[in-house]
Design a binder for this molecule. Structure first.
Ligand code: SF4
Length: 321
């Protein structure tokens, strides 16, 4: 756990001494390095960073980053992250999970989060398999693909995480590649800076169980969206026809998969208020005295919460016989 109150002086301070037990060559290493570099370059004090993970190989990430963090339950990282952010909106809250975690058992939470637009960042380590449990097909593995861990080709169609994020209401949607850590780091910084719910889908080879989507396979296909041609941002001042054109363009690019796979920022919508801003409009003390920072006991440990009015309202009076 971090104890400093100032930004770390070196990148090394964002690393822990915990042994990293991912398989050699795993894309998780690139994602971890990019995350540590992004936090370091953003100069975020370690005690202001909280990382939540679910179950899977990616779930170990909070153990390897020297900040606050919780390794939660399968698919439940988003409710944890949402609660932490609402309790203290001054924290930088990051949720990390696998494609099986977020698009499978956690997909209900993934969708619900989009409706709220809480200012957190959700990073999915997307490798098409459930790596921790020996490589079963995950929700992002396309129909008909047979990895070495499957006895038969995948019989189910896949979920498109970018389109699902858009349908749910995420206001920042991007895709990165685990082996290009420098570009991935920049995408993470943009996602974390974004005021609202940001989603980053990271294509991540799993060399142990997925022998189809290898680093050589990705290297031939991934390309960066050309920011001089592709306009990702929707602002509050844009007329409806401009916003609609951006959305059509987003859908076209999000559907592109095969010989060419685009990566970069696909959508950035600054026209939607965050959930915290909606709370603030009703509770003026929300940012100056958020729930998570309020004192709950006096110097002697005596609770400051006065329940007498509540108990009075529940008092049963009269003859109960
Ligand atoms: Fe990485 Fe796959 Fe090994 Fe998990 S099983 S650590 S995703 S290579």
């Amino acid at each position: 756990m971090a104890t400093e109150t100032v930004p770390a002086r070196t990148l090394k301070e964002y690393k822990t001494e915990v042994h990293i037990d991912w398989c050699p060559g795993c894309g998780d290493f690139g994602i971890l390095n990019a995350l540590q570099m992004a936090l370091w370059e953003m100069k975020i004090p370690q005690h202001e960073v909280v990382i939540f993970s679910g179950i899977g190989c990616s779930g170990k990430t909070p153990h390897f980053v020297n900040s606050y963090g919780i390794h939660t339950l399968h698919g439940r990282l988003v409710p944890y992250a949402t609660g932490a952010k609402l309790a203290n909106p001054h924290l930088k809250v990051i949720a990390v999970g696998g494609d099986g975690d977020g698009m499978g058992i956690g997909v209900g939470h993934f969708v619900s989060a989009g409706r709220r637009n809480v200012d957190i960042t959700y990073i999915i380590y997307d490798n098409g398999v459930y790596g921790l449990t020996k490589g079963q097909a995950s929700p992002t593995l396309p129909l008909g693909v047979k990895t070495k861990s499957l006895p038969f080709p995948n019989a189910q169609t896949n979920v498109n995480p970018l389109l699902l994020a858009f349908a749910a209401g995420y206001t920042f949607i991007a895709r990165g590649y685990a082996y290009d850590t420098r570009q991935l780091k920049e995408l993470m910084k943009q996602a974390i800076y974004h005021k609202g719910l940001s989603f980053l889908d990271v294509l991540q080879p799993c060399p142990t169980y997925n022998d189809i989507n290898t680093k050589e396979w990705f290297a031939e296909r991934v390309y960066y969206l050309d920011e001089t041609e592709y306009q990702a941002e929707i602002t509050p001042d844009d007329p409806p026809e401009v916003s609609q054109a951006r959305i059509v363009q987003f859908i076209q690019k999000a559907l592109e998969w095969g010989d060419r796979i685009p990566i970069g920022v696909f959508l950035k919508n600054t026209a939607v208020p965050s959930y915290e801003e909606r709370i603030y409009s009703r509770v003026p003390t929300y940012y100056s005295l958020p729930p998570g920072t309020r004192p709950i006991a006096d110097e002697e440990g005596k609770s400051l919460t006065d329940l007498s009015r509540l108990l009075q309202s529940l008092l049963v009076t009269g003859n109960s016989t």
